[in-house]
Design a binder for this molecule. Structure first.
Ligand SMILES: *[C@@H]1O[C@H](CO)[C@@H](O)[C@H](O)[C@H]1NC(C)=O
Ligand SMILES: *[C@@H]1O[C@H](CO)[C@@H](O)[C@H](O)[C@H]1NC(C)=O
Ligand SMILES: *[C@@H]1O[C@H](CO)[C@@H](O)[C@H](O)[C@H]1NC(C)=O
Ligand SMILES: *[C@@H]1O[C@H](CO)[C@@H](O)[C@H](O)[C@H]1NC(C)=O
Ligand SMILES: *[C@@H]1O[C@H](CO)[C@@H](O)[C@H](O)[C@H]1NC(C)=O
Ligand SMILES: *[C@@H]1O[C@H](CO)[C@@H](O)[C@H](O)[C@H]1NC(C)=O
Ligand SMILES: [Cu+2]
Length: 159
């Protein structure tokens, strides 16, 4: 194998490694960060949307609803029910008294509300825009691709 061939194999290896690595990265997100899952300050309807806007949720990620007191994390199926805080088909996810972990297994908008009292009307609701896990659409990471190309170009000068 000549130098160029070695360089090309290296690119291939890096691409495979990167695909495996990206597939392995799944994040946990605590809803509301340190504030947790509660009626937002000042009943702010913008509190959870602006929290959610800071992240890109992927299939394989996990949401952690963390709370003290009397709340639920309940999934509703559509935007109309979410907007109107319609609890009638809400699927309550509970895993103990103080919180629940919800892994995202599918793409799409995932809607959650609290079904206690008027908490939902007071802004305790959150929608996640969940997109495909990058590992299901394998493509080289731009940085690694650039690095691999650079290494392959410089390879002869290493010898
Ligand atoms: C709540 O609203 C009051 C009055 O508008 C404001 O002074 C205060 O900073 C707000 N608190 C939060 C946490 O947004
Ligand atoms: C939040 O909503 C509740 C119920 O509607 C109301 O009693 C309370 O005064 C509101 N709090 C603020 C800070 O607007
Ligand atoms: C959940 O909230 C409690 C306080 O209510 C805090 O001590 C704990 O660190 C939080 N857990 C996570 C995962 O954020
Ligand atoms: C609430 O959801 C239920 C079940 O999906 C539906 O039958 C009902 O019409 C909804 N109510 C409103 C006000 O949208
Ligand atoms: C929590 O709130 C619900 C109303 O949504 C009520 O039925 C229930 O008794 C409350 N639980 C506690 C422990 O306060
Ligand atoms: C969800 O995210 C995707 C990818 O970022 C975007 O194309 C789409 O418009 C978003 N959907 C909504 C309803 O925000
Ligand atoms: Cu609540």
């Amino acid at each position: 194998m000549n130098n160029h061939g070695v360089g090309l194999s290296l690119i291939g290896l890096l691409m495979v490694a990167m695909t495996i690595l990206e597939g392995a990265i799944a994040a946990d997100y605590t809803v509301g960060d340190n504030y947790g899952w509660d009626v937002p300050p000042n009943n702010s309807s913008d509190y959870y949307p602006s929290w959610a806007n800071r992240y890109e949720f992927k299939v394989g990620d996990t949401e952690v609803f963390n709370w003290t007191g009397n709340h639920t994390a309940a999934q509703v199926t559509n935007q109309a029910d979410f907007d109107s805080c319609n609890r009638s088909d809400a699927e309550i996810k509970l895993d103990g008294e103080a919180g629940v972990r919800v892994p995202f297994t599918t793409e799409g908008i995932h809607y959650f509300i609290c079904t206690v009292g008027t908490h939902c009307e007071q802004g305790q609701k959150v929608a996640f825009n969940v997109t495909a896990d990058v590992s299901s659409v394998p493509k080289p990471h731009p940085t690694v691709f650039a690095l691999a190309t650079l290494i392959s170009l410089l390879w002869p000068s290493f010898c």
